[in-house]
Ligand binder design. Structure first.
Ligand code: FNR
Length: 181
């Protein structure tokens, strides 16, 4: 299965990017995970949407061609970061590539709340653009206290309980994709 992962943080040491890379390696037998380059997307501009820059075209094509999308986001000011909203806004116009697309959400924070508020906003946005969300019940990947759960040297998620939970959610996401076809 081909999966595009969109990470809502573009900083070099991002824990959310570390989660994306952990998943790329851990699930490589069942999922081919490509991480989208949203840093190269310009600000959304309605004047450009019918003939957008190459980076936007490539981003949208990658989603259109994927079997599913995993969105991994930090929480910024109780919501999702602007870079992620910007990427979703591009993807929601003209060729509306999220319609019917299976999507799984996850997030990592350094504090207690584990991106809960950001993911609630994300789910509203994805509902608005008719994505086919993995239902939240039992599937909320809310990783808190990141510095205790990621290995500083390897940059991998190493917390066994979290990894076990994630394995189960990914299995359900695979079933969700299969049942969407
Ligand atoms: C934050 N952070 C944060 N954390 C949180 O739990 N709730 C919040 O509302 C916010 N707000 C917020 C705003 C801005 C502008 C920044 C830069 C940060 C902290 C955030 O969880 C932390 O920086 C994470 O490490 C960001 O994820 P990455 O970059 O490590 O993937």
């Amino acid at each position: 299965m081909n999966i595009v992962t969109i990470v809502g943080s573009i900083r070099k040491e991002s824990y959310n990017m570390q989660l994306a890379k952990t998943m790329q390696v851990r699930y490589k037998e069942k999922l081919n995970i490509e991480i989208a380059d949203i840093r190269s997307l310009p600000h959304y501009d309605q004047d450009e949407e019918n003939n957008p820059p190459k980076s936007v075209k490539e981003f949208k094509e990658s989603i259109a061609n994927a079997d599913g999308v995993i969105i991994i986001t930090p929480e910024y000011n109780w919501s999702i970061p602007g870079v992620l909203k910007n990427a979703i806004d591009w993807a929601s116009r003209v060729e509306k590539v999220f319609i019917g697309k299976p999507v799984m959400a996850a997030g990592v924070s350094i504090g207690m709340a584990g991106t809960l508020r950001a993911q609630l906003h994300l789910r509203e946005i994805l509902t608005g653009i008719q994505a086919k969300l993995l239902p939240p019940s039992g599937n909320e990947v809310l990783i808190n206290f990141a510095s205790q759960k990621f290995d500083e040297q390897s940059g991998q998620l190493v917390d066994d309980m979290t990894l076990g939970f994630l394995d189960g959610v990914v299995d359900k996401f695979v079933d969700h994709i299969k049942s969407s076809n």
